[in-house]
Design a protein around this ligand. Structure first.
Ligand code: KMH
Ligand code: ZN
Length: 311
């Protein structure tokens, strides 16, 4: 029988800016509410970044995370996943600070360095549109920017967060080579099964959103890791729902949320994260599949448990 589908919802991220959607959660209260609604809609994992409440800029400060992490924990049973990707331009220690403070059940870990190009988004807006001064320069600088995730920094996170805190990872793979980077750390014994691979499509600088790419990455993961892993798919923008559906059909898990796409349909902004969760949930259930509960996700991913976190 097909395994229940684990839905991750990434509620705000560090890619989109406040001008792009009035529905993007910014303040701790908005992030908490969006997370609780997404969990109620069927997400078993909530992937979290923080933002400066005044400007909406990605914010690495543990104290900002601590304004919403306990609220989410007290109101839902969902697995809390703290990003170590942070916001483009942060140092590795800034990116790690919230997760090492909160000691969550899960955290993201980006498995290779890539050009991370957000600058094409600039074409959609004119100078009069920007709500905050930082938005335009932030998008512009990504034309000459590498998102650094070296072997040394990956090892640093595996040791200082994985080994020290028992936190398990959402391994973010934007390219085929990132699976081989992961395999290196598996061979070294620094990553132990079962591990959770997030295959990412449609980020400029990473793999394009072509269904053949998804099939090939999955085939490669199968050869490298056999039964040792769980896998999930996210695709950016308009590719979000089709790729999530393809993953569910192939036996994988899925990620949605406003971090990955601001839309619910062609030219139609999603009004909440829960709207996207409900949409993919309905597709999953119409395919004759079921949605995993947080405890099913915990068991399959061998997580330490919601009572072992520091928030
Ligand atoms: N923004 C996604 C493309 C992270 O937070 O570590 C990947 C991501 C990175 O979620
Ligand atoms: Zn993220």
């Amino acid at each position: 029988m097909a395994k229940p589908v684990i839905i991750t919802c990434a509620v705000t991220g560090g890619i989109h800016t406040p001008t792009m959607s009035p529905h993007l959660p910014i303040t701790p209260q908005e992030i908490a509410t969006a997370s609780i609604e997404a969990a109620e809609a069927g997400a078993s994992i909530i992937h979290l970044h923080a933002r400066d409440p005044e400007t909406g800029k990605p914010d690495p400060r543990p104290e900002t995370f601590m304004e919403f992490l306990p609220v989410i924990k007290q109101s839902t049973d969902a697995v809390v996943n703290v990003s170590t990707g942070g916001g483009l331009g942060m140092t590795i220690d800034e990116r790690l600070a919230a997760a090492t403070t909160a000691s969550p059940e899960m955290a993201s870990l980006n498995m290779g360095s890539i050009n991370f190009g957000l600058f094409p988004l600039l074409d959609k807006y004119s100078d009069a549109d920007w709500k905050h001064d930082w938005e335009k320069p932030f998008l512009e600088m990504t034309k000459d920017f590498i998102f650094p995730n070296t072997f040394a920094s990956i090892e640093y996170v595996l040791k200082n967060l994985g080994e020290e805190h028992g936190t398990k990872f959402e391994f973010e793979c934007y390219d085929l080579g990132h699976l081989y980077n992961l395999a290196y750390f598996v061979d070294k014994g620094l990553i132990k099964p079962p591990f959770f691979i997030q295959m990412i499509f449609g980020i400029m600088g990473g793999m394009g959103a072509d269904p053949d790419n998804l099939q090939h990455v999955h085939n490669t993961a199968q050869k490298l890791f056999g039964d040792d892993y769980e896998w999930s798919v996210l695709a950016a923008g308009r590719h979000q729902m089709p790729f999530a559906t393809q993953s569910a059909i192939l036996g994988g898990n899925i990620r949605v949320g406003l971090e990955d796409s601001l839309y619910i349909g062609p030219k139609k902004l999603a009004t909440s994260n829960a709207e996207q969760v409900l949409k993919i949930r309905s597709i999953i259930e119409n395919l004759g599949l079921t949605v995993a509960t947080p405890d099913e996700a915990r068991e399959r991913l061998a997580l330490k448990g919601g009572d072992m976190v520091k928030f």
